[in-house]
Design a protein around this ligand. Structure first.
Ligand code: HAM
Length: 418
C-alpha cells in the first residue's frame, strides 16, 4: 500500500466540512471588505523566496521544497503566499495609475519541510491578504481587525492579537546595533541557533523558543525605545484605532516574526492554549521596490486554515448545526416513487433547500436512519397511493407530526416550515 507523504493529511470527513465553512466565511468577508481574489502559482523560481522571505530565515534555509525542473530551472514550492503576490503585482503592473489601495486575498496550499506535529504540516493551507499602495493606519487597522473579526465570527474566542512595531529601516538598524552591543558579552550563553543568528539575523533572537526564559532575553533592550518619532506616533495612533474598533490586543515587544521582509507594525493571532499562531502578518513597505518594482508600501497577513480547523474541533459542541445537516430527506422505494422523488429534489434544490434523496436501494428503515444521521429537518415519505392523488406525506423529523401536502405546493410549504 502507498501511504500519504509525511506531514500531509487528506481533507476528509469533519475536517473537509470545516474547511468549507471557513472558506465560505472568508469569501463572504472578502466581498464586504472589498478584496479581490488572486491566484499565483504553487511553484516559483527559487530566487524569489531568497529575495523576499530572506536568505537567512529558517523557512528558506531549512524548510523549502526545492527541485530542478526538466528545463534545468531552480524551482521551489511556495512556503508562503506573499512573495508570489508581490511578484505578480510587479510583473503584471497591477498598480497601474491608481492612487487608492490594491487589495488582494488568496486561499492556497504552501509547503514547508518542518518537523510534523499537530498543527504543523508540510503541506498547509493559508488564507492570506496583501494590500498595496497605502501606508495609512486606516489600512493597518482594517487588515488587523478583519483577521480578528473573521476568527471571532468563526466561533474562536480564546486567542489574542499580539502587536509590535519594528519601525522604519533607520530605527531598526539603530535597534539591531543596540541589541548586538547588549548581547555581545553573553553570546556563549545563547543556544546554538541564536549564536548563528547573532551574525545573520539578530532580531530573531528575540523570539527564540529555547532561550525565551533566560535572564538575557528577559532584560533585552526594548525595541519601542528605538522607534523614530514618526514610527512611534503612527503606532500610537494605530493602537487608538484598534481600541475604537473593539479589538483586544496586547503589545509584545519581542514579536519579530520569522520572515525578513517586515518593517513597522507586525502582529500575530495566537491561541491561549498553545504556542501555535493562527495567523500573523505585518507591513513590508520596502519589499516591492527591493524586488525591482515601484515604491509601493504594503501590508498583509497569513492565517493557517489547518490550525483553525483544529481549533474549531476543540470547541465545537457535539450537536452542532454548522455542518453537514440537511433540510429535507426524500424517502422513496418503488421506481415510480423514485422518479417523482428526483423531480421534487431538483425543485427543492433550485430553491436553496438542502435536499437529499434515497440514492441507493435502501429499505424504508435504512432511509430513516440515514435521515437521522444527516439531521434532516423534514422527511418527504413518498408512496404510490398518495402520489396518484397528487399528495406528498411530509413528516417533521423533530416533532414527528405528519401532514399531507399538495405536490404543487410542496416547495412553498417547505420554505415556510424550515
Ligand atoms: P507565517 O507566520 O509564516 O507568515 O505563516 C502564517 C500562518 O500560516 C501561521 O500563523 C500559521 O497559522 C500558518 N502556518 C505556518 N506554517 C505552518 C505549518 N507548517 N503548518 C500549519 N500551519 C502553518 C506568512 O506566511 C506570511 N506570508 C504572512 C504575511 C502575509 N505577511 C504579510 N503578508
Amino acid at each position: 500500500m502507498i501511504n500519504k507523504p509525511k506531514g500531509t493529511y487528506d481533507l476528509i470527513g469533519l475536517d473537509s466540512k470545516l474547511y468549507q465553512y471557513i472558506c465560505n466565511t472568508i469569501d463572504n468577508y472578502m466581498v464586504n471588505y472589498h478584496y479581490d481574489f488572486i491566484r499565483t502559482p504553487v511553484f516559483e523560481a527559487t530566487e524569489l523566496f531568497h529575495r523576499t522571505v530572506g536568505d537567512n530565515t529558517d523557512i528558506v534555509t531549512k524548510e523549502t521544497y526545492d527541485f530542478i525542473d526538466r528545463g534545468e530551472r531552480k524551482i521551489t514550492l511556495r512556503p508562503e503566499g506573499t512573495a508570489g503576490v508581490v511578484r505578480s503585482v510587479i510583473e503584471n503592473k497591477l498598480y497601474g495609475n491608481r492612487n487608492d489601495a490594491l487589495k488582494y486575498y488568496y486561499i492556497g496550499t504552501m509547503y514547508r519541510y518542518e518537523r510534523p506535529q499537530a498543527g504543523r504540516y508540510r503541506e498547509l493551507t493559508q488564507f492570506g491578504v496583501e494590500v498595496f499602495n497605502s501606508s495609512s493606519i486606516i489600512i493597518d487597522a482594517e487588515v488587523i481587525s478583519m483577521g480578528y473579526n473573521i476568527l471571532k465570527d468563526l466561533g474562536i474566542d480564546n486567542f489574542t492579537v499580539k502587536i509590535n512595531c519594528l519601525g522604519d529601516s533607520l530605527s531598526r538598524n539603530n535597534y539591531i546595533k543596540a541589541l548586538k552591543d547588549y548581547l555581545k558579552p553573553h553570546i556563549n550563553e545563547l543556544c546554538e541557533d541564536c549564536q548563528k543568528r547573532y551574525e545573520t539575523n539578530p532580531l530573531r533572537i528575540l523570539d527564540c523558543k529555547i532561550d525565551k526564559d533566560s535572564l538575557i532575553l528577559k532584560n533585552i533592550p526594548n525595541i519601542t525605545l528605538y522607534l523614530s518619532k514618526d514610527s512611534l506616533e503612527k503606532f500610537n495612533k494605530l493602537k487608538e484605532l484598534l481600541t475604537l474598533l473593539d479589538i483586544d490586543y496586547e503589545i509584545d515587544n519581542k514579536l519579530v516574526r520569522g520572515l525578513d521582509y517586515y518593517d513597522d507594525v507586525v502582529w500575530e493571532y495566537t491561541t491561549d492554549s498553545e504556542n501555535l499562531a493562527l495567523g500573523g502578518g505585518g507591513r513590508y513597505n520596502n519589499l516591492v521596490s527591493n524586488l525591482g518594482g515601484p515604491n509601493l508600501p504594503a501590508i498583509g497577513f497569513g492565517m493557517g486554515i489547518d490550525r483553525i480547523i483544529l481549533e474549531l474541533k476543540k470547541i465545537l459542541p457535539q450537536e452542532n448545526n454548522i455542518i453537514g445537516n440537511i433540510d429535507v430527506y426524500i424517502m422513496c422505494v418503488s421506481l415510480e416513487e423514485k422518479m417523482h422523488g428526483v423531480k421534487i429534489a431538483q425543485d427543492l434544490r433550485l430553491n436553496n433547500i438542502i435536499t437529499e434523496i434515497n440514492n441507493n436501494d435502501l429499505s424504508l428503515k435504512a432511509q430513516f436512519k440515514i435521515a437521522d444521521i444527516l439531521k434532516a429537518k423534514l422527511l418527504l415519505i413518498l408512496n404510490n397511493d398518495d402520489l396518484a392523488k397528487g399528495l406528498i406525506n411530509v413528516k417533521d423529523n423533530v416533532t414527528k407530526e405528519e401532514i399531507k401536502i399538495d405536490e404543487k405546493e410542496i416547495v412553498d410549504y417547505i420554505l415556510g416550515n424550515l
